[in-house]
Design a protein around this ligand. Sequence first.
Ligand SMILES: NC(=O)c1ccc[n+]([C@@H]2O[C@H](COP(=O)([O-])OP(=O)(O)OC[C@H]3O[C@@H](n4cnc5c(N)ncnc54)[C@H](OP(=O)(O)O)[C@@H]3O)[C@@H](O)[C@H]2O)c1
Length: 292
Amino acid sequence: MSSTQTHRTFNLGDRAVNRLGYGAMQLAGPGVFGPPKDREAALAVLREAVASGVDHIDTSDFYGPHVTNQIIREALAPYAKDLVIVTKIGARRSDTGAWLPAFSPDELKQAVHDNLRNLGLEVLDVVNLRIMFDVHGPAEGSIEAPLTALAEIQRQGLVRHVGLSNVTPAQIAEGRGICRIACVQNQYNLVYRHDDALIDDLARDGIPYVPFFPLGGFTPLQSSGLSDVAQRLGATPMQVALAWLLRRSPNILLIPGTSSVGHLRENLAAAKLELPADAIDALDRIAAADAA
Ligand SMILES: NC(=O)c1ccc[n+]([C@@H]2O[C@H](COP(=O)([O-])OP(=O)(O)OC[C@H]3O[C@@H](n4cnc5c(N)ncnc54)[C@H](OP(=O)(O)O)[C@@H]3O)[C@@H](O)[C@H]2O)c1
């Protein structure tokens, strides 16, 4: 087993969290819009996550909108002292569910207050500024204005830690000149590895990297190579994809999303999955083939 896989926790803000957390986006309705089909099932997933040791939940008030945070509050408040809830601001939803930028100072302030109210908190642990120059991926441009506005909200005491999402290395460097950056959340998984160098740079500085779409997102990863490795190890492809991320770098914190208790249990069990060297080689070849 790689030495990196032996690290069970990593610091997020001022607390060490388990490297396998939970992403709550899947708890809203279809297209992350409106209520879920089965609210009781959504509550059960959250309660099972925390009962199983999850102490890091990723959310946003623009999931639903409002719905996901309200479900988190109903399921988990009053919150366990060791639970770190990370939210994100910088976007809003149109009447039809489209994702729109919302990073004027007033919109950011409103978003912080929406998160506080719907989560039932007086202070938010970690707030990621979700950059929306391109909704689908990082795009260059200065983040000085919105990040300065968020840093001001932090100084007022409503936010403990500030992170960045959907950002380029240049934007992270710019951000670190404005305030302490507690974490970075970008798209990354076994086959989508644009941030390989960035992950290593952040690891050197002790900054957590939190990949979104760790299982591939709305269409989970499908690869015969991944399935072969999983079969050989007596695991599922999703468990292997998560185990690979845990092993990739000690600063990676995982927030796989699911609306199912069964999938949640399966995903959390990935923390115990050991990947032999030949499995890692095979998995690395999948990414190389994908990039070619
Ligand atoms: N910063 C950003 O811009 C951004 C963007 C997207 C997401 N996020 C965050 O990242 C978190 C993770 O991303 P995500 O939920 O979109 O994608 P993901 O974790 O890559 O995958 C979720 C998908 O995989 C399925 N799934 C989960 N476990 C499975 C299993 N064991 N077997 C088979 N299918 C499984 C889920 O369906 P079921 O519900 O049926 O299990 C769902 O369709 C989100 O919850 C959100 O908090 C952030």
